[in-house]
Design a protein around this ligand. Structure first.
Ligand SMILES: [Zn+2]
Length: 98
């Protein structure tokens, strides 16, 4: 029997995935949001796939706001999106500078 793997739900695609495949977003006591790859930061957390798509969905539906019970400003979403994009090694180069 394989060992039980704890699953967390991605706020974007709503799929349940192993924690290691997700990135944790933590709300700090200051009300700031931080990406937590170690899972060790204290605070209220939510999970997202590292895919930009999922982040966009979470932003659009304000899932992150609801999950963390905080109003997330647009600029913070952008900052997290940029941080998120820099996390995983890009599987392939995307053309266009948008
Ligand atoms: Zn997802």
């Amino acid at each position: 029997m394989p060992k039980h793997i704890p699953l967390r739900q991605c706020l974007g695609c709503r799929e349940h995935k192993p924690k290691r495949d997700l990135v944790r977003v933590v709300r700090t006591p200051e009300g700031d949001l931080r990406l937590d790859r170690t899972g060790k930061l204290s605070g209220r957390g939510a999970y997202l796939c590292t895919r930009p798509d999922c982040f966009r969905k979470a932003k659009k539906s304000k899932a992150l706001d609801r999950a963390l019970n905080v109003s997330v400003p647009e600029e913070l979403y952008d900052k997290l999106a940029a941080e998120l994009a820099s996390l995983p090694p890009p599987p392939e180069e995307v053309t266009g500078d948008g």
